[in-house]
Design a protein around this ligand. Sequence first.
Ligand code: 6PG
Length: 475
Amino acid sequence: MAEKIADLGVVGLGTMGAMLALNFAEKGSEVALFNRTPGKAEKLAAENPELAERLHPQTSIEGFVASLRSPRVIVLMVNAGTAVDEQLEVLAPLLDKGDIVIDAGNTDFNDTVVRNRRWDNHGFHFVGMGVSGGELGARHGPSIMVGGDQRVWSRLKPLLEPISAKYDGSPCVAWLGPDGAGHFVKTIHNGIEYADMQMIAEIYSIMRDGMKLSASQMADIFRDWNERGLSSYLIEISATVLAEPDSKSGKPLVDVIVDEAGQKGTGRWSVIEAQKLGIGATTLEAAVSARSLSSLRKERLVTGKIYYDIILTDGAFGADQASVAELEAALETAKIIAYAQGYAIMSAASREYNWDLPLGEIARIWRAGCIIRSVFLKDITQAYETGGEVVNLLQEHSFAKRVSEGQHALRSVVAKAVNAGIPVPALSASLAYFDDYRRERGSANLIQGQRDLFGAHTFRRLDSDGTFHHQWPAV
Ligand code: 6PG
C-alpha cells in the first residue's frame, strides 16, 4: 500500500494541468501527478526542482489514488468530452464515499449536470469547475468558478483559495451553485470574452481603415484608454499586440497575422444556452458569428473582387482627439450593454435551474485572474449588492446614467462605420439591443398579426385581457 502523502492529485498534465499542479505545489499542497503518457509526470517534477519536494509523480492510476489522503481530491484537466467520462470510469472503482473529483476543463455544463447525477449517487462527489486565465493564470492565480454539492466547498476552499488570483487581497474563487453552475458561469464568461474581443477588434478596424492610424498609434491609444474606464486585461493585451514588431517583415506583427480567428466552442455554447433560455444576447451572437465569418477568408477574397467597385465615404472618421474620445465612449457603452446581456443569461439560468447564482459575487471573482478582468466589474458587483433586485443592468441607475450619456457616441460611431462600409456587427448589435430594450412600443405586434393570419396563433390586445383570433381577409 503506497504512503498517503498527497493533499490532492492532478490527472492530465497538458499545459493547463501542469500549470495548476505547479500552482498548488507552490502554495503549499502536496500534489500527486498522473498522466496517461508515461514519463510526463516525472518530467514535470524534474523540470521544476524548486517544487519537486511537493510534486509526487505516479506511474499508475492505482498508485496515484492510493497516494492521496482521504477524503481524496482529484483534479481532472483532460480534454472536455469523452476523455472526462473515460477517466471517471477508470477512477470510480478506486474511490471511496466522500472523495471529490473535479473536472476543471472547459466543459459543456449540460455534460456536468449529467455527470453530477450519475456520480454523486455512486459515493464520490463530482464537481464541475470553471478556470479562467489561460496558462499564466493557471500557474500564478486563475479565477475559479466552482459548482456542485455545496457540502464539499468547505473541503475545497482551503485548497483553492491559495491558488486563486487575488483582488485587493480577496481570493477570486467561489462556490456558485449546484451541479453545472460553475461550468455554466465559465461559459458565459467566455461569451462575454468573445463580445469584448470582437468589439475591441471593431474599434481597431475603424482606427485602421477609417482613421488610417498606424499600429503603434493605436497601441498608444489603447494604453491611454487602459488608464480609465476601459482599463482591462483585454485592452492591455491589445496594446501589446499592436506594439509588437515583426523581425521577418519589418512591419508591425499584427499587420502580417492572417485575419481569421479560431474558436473552440465555448463562445458558441453561451449563445446556444441564451437561445434555449429565450434570452436575446445579440452582441454575444454577433461576436460568435463574426468569428465564423472571419474564418471564411478564401470566400471573402472572392466576394471582395465581385463588389470591388463599391465606393464608400472613408473620410467620415477624423483622426483627431475628439474622434478618438468618441470611440472610447462608444466602446465603453457597448461593453456595458454586452455585459448586461451576459448577466441576463445568467439570471435566466439561475431561475430556470434553481441555482440562485450570486451575480454580484461572480463579478467579484472575475476582477482578477480571468481573461475579462477589468475595473468595470466592481461596478457590476456594486449594482447587484446594493439596492434592490436588478432585472437587467440597463435598468440599474448608475449604468442607466452611463448608457444614456454614452449612447450618442455609440450611435455616431456605428452610423459612420456603416456609411464607410466598415463592419461593426457587435457594436451595432449592442446599440440595437439597447434601442429595442428601451422601446415602449415595439414592432412585434405586426409579427403577431402575421402569425394569427397564417396559423391562427392568436394575439393579445392592449385594451382587453385574454387571447384573440381575428378573421383576416383571405389572401
Ligand atoms: C479563459 C479562456 C480560455 C480560452 C478558451 C476560449 O477564460 O482562460 O476563455 O478558456 O481562451 O479556450 O478559446 P477560444 O477562443 O478558442 O474559443
